[in-house]
Write a protein that binds this ligand. Sequence first.
Ligand SMILES: [Zn+2]
Length: 478
Amino acid sequence: MTQAQMYARVLAGDASYNGRFFTGVLTTGIYCLPACRARKPKLANVRFFPTCEAARAAGLRACKKCHPDDFARGADPVLETVETLVAEVRQAPASFTDARALVRRSGFGTTRVFELFRQHYHTTPAYLLLRARLDHAKHQLLTSDAPLAHLAADAGFESLSAFHDNFRRLNGLTPAAYRDLRQGTGFSLALPDGYLLPYLRRALSRDMHSVNERLAGSHYTSALRLSSGPALLHLELSPAKVDVVVSPSAGALASLLPEVHALVVGLLGLDEDAAAFARLARKLGLARLVAGRPELRISRTPSVYDGLLWSIIGQQINFPFACLLKRRLIERTGTPVAEGLIAPPTPAAVATLEPADLLPLQYSRQKADYVIATSRLIASGKLALDSLAAMSATRAERTLLAIRGLGPWSVNYLMMRALGFPDCVPLGDTGVTSGLKSLLKLEERPDIDATRRLMAMFSPYRSLATTHLWQFNHPPPS
Ligand SMILES: [Zn+2]
């Protein structure tokens, strides 16, 4: 890299260059990571170093804001402190009476904690605590017969009605109905007022080559893979509710319903805060971004592996061709379930392929390599996809960026579409840049640095902002 290129990364605060070089500031005598948030030095006062050692040898000291030495040896003490705190909250949410208790426990100041939670968990301390209480209660509902009032208190809710209301809003059913998932063959989820069924229908039917899902009228059928094996999922879509029935090809149905519930909540985007994003857009004077669709949500992929395959297959090619490549992979390695539908493959099934198997299916050599190599990482246990959603967003992003074949676009796409992180931007996405160009009446489409700067105003809801920008230049569904 040239001096000018490195300096441009420093001005952009580009964290993806952290560790690739270090910025020495001769006037202050310190050295920093490229993404340091201290005031930007003038180019004339800067000298770049390949390592911390080289910077120290030149007589410079490590910056106390960005901790370049910690980064260089793979440690991130501030992140680790936040992760430890979040693990404590999730383990025993009732021991934190409210967000203030969480802030006190952290040892950081209030402003700093809010900043760290937004950066590393894409949320506020209060919302993370609420989600931890609900997850705690969900586990208890399935494993004990204790009265609801006890469970609510055990999870730290101040009242039964607060428990009930929050549970229903984010899960689409009541705590009692959730408990009933221990038996039966299906359940119903209530949709919030104004839920945009036409957008969901369009999302569920846009893959014109699909062999794993089908939308006919108001009935959606999908062949998918649950932890016990392949199954057929049926959804009956209506404006106020969705009826869900599942028929597994093997395994006990009752124990599968909580897993199916989580999957359908993601498919419908029920746990996303659409209203909060719409309020933010209006506050920014950008009501036109959400006009006619304030309730728009992100429909998440049935599994993280499905999302991963899609993010690799979809790179650099047009949408219809990506759908075709996906279809051929499923036909080659998936499992026929019923009604002519085929469940997507397991990582183990794809791991047995060689790139030469995918070339006749019109995969490029590189795409074939990436699809197979990633599947082998998962099949061998070196990449635990299902643990990513519980990680901090920062940790999940670093884990995924370390995988060959996954760049910033795919990683952020995967984090928003499959893992449900609310504050992601797939940088370089043409749908995002053309949406921004129209929304803000720009002369041309913003480049990556400009996109990053412009999208910052939508934090911590940049995933929903991305979804709205994807729709911005398109007519609404009929
Ligand atoms: Zn610094």
